[in-house]
Design a protein around this ligand. Structure first.
Ligand code: ADP
Ligand code: AMP
Length: 214
């Protein structure tokens, strides 16, 4: 099962992708997580990506596509995967399609998690990320047991720099210009599925399972 998560930044793609990966035993591939791990490890890719991410801009396609193409060719992706945060542009979608076509494969589902812009700033200003394992929480909707401490690994939680309101507004603009056209792209391919992302997390997941099958 090859799944793409679509939606604005903060719509809940990562939250749902983790649950999908667990239930269907497929890898969760988040390009944002891959870049953040590279930044933490001080790699060349991380240094390049950071300059774009800090501004709320997209990392250039050529830095993203090869990375994903290599990843989906790995052995653990044979039974599928859930892509979270990729593709984000039409050229990225075309690059993924071309790679899959060369393997005789194609994407099965593009799930669009819909959340209106006015709710996004609230979602993102309350998001907290673990500096240790990268787990994501929300001050109101997904709080940790002890304030400011990750439930999973005990490390400190932070507000991502790119989740600060001024950067969120920029990221939303980029989303509408560059990423939203993918909704029509996948609709045209007959694999678009739409889910109301304003419901609580469990209900969003139920709606997704209904689409994918138990
Ligand atoms: P994305 O991966 O699309 O950027 P996340 O999954 O990180 O978004 O979710 C953004 C924030 O909103 C997180 O803090 C998360 O805990 C919270 N969140 C996710 N889904 C919901 C939901 N259905 N209702 C309320 N808050 C949510
Ligand atoms: P995310 O964690 O998905 O919200 O991504 C955080 C940031 O990483 C984005 O704002 C972009 O700067 C960068 N990024 C992640 N995925 C991509 C992608 N597919 N294409 C371009 N930039 C990306």
């Amino acid at each position: 099962m090859k799944i793409i998560m679509l939606g604005a930044p903060g719509a809940g793609k990562g939250t749902q992708a983790k649950k999908i990966a667990e239930k269907y035993h497929i890898p969760h591939i988040s390009t944002g997580d891959i870049f953040r791990a590279n930044i933490k490890n001080g790699t060349e890719l991380g240094k390049k990506a950071k300059t774009y991410m800090d501004q709320g801009a997209l990392v250039p396609d050529e830095l993203v596509c090869d990375l994903v193409v290599d990843r989906v060719r790995q052995e653990d992706c044979r039974n599928g995967y859930v892509l979270d945060g990729f593709p984000r542009t039409i050229p990225q979608a075309e690059s993924l399609d071309a790679t899959l076509a060369s393997l005789g494969e194609s994407v099965d589902y593009a799930i669009n998690v819909e959340v209106p812009d006015e709710k996004i700033v609230n979602r993102m200003s309350g998001r907290r990320a673990c500096v240790g394992c990268g787990a994501t929480y929300h001050l109101v909707y997904a709080p940790t047991k002890a304030e400011g401490i990750c439930d999973t690994c005990g490390a400190e939680l932070i507000l991502r720099d790119d989740d600060k309101p001024e950067t969120v507004l920029k990221r939303l603009g980029v989303y509408h210009n560059e990423t939203q056209p993918l909704i029509d792209y996948y609709r045209g391919k007959g694999i678009l599925k739409e889910v109301d992302g304003t419901m609580d997390m469990a209900d969003v997941f139920r709606a997704i399972v209904e689409i994918l099958g138990a």
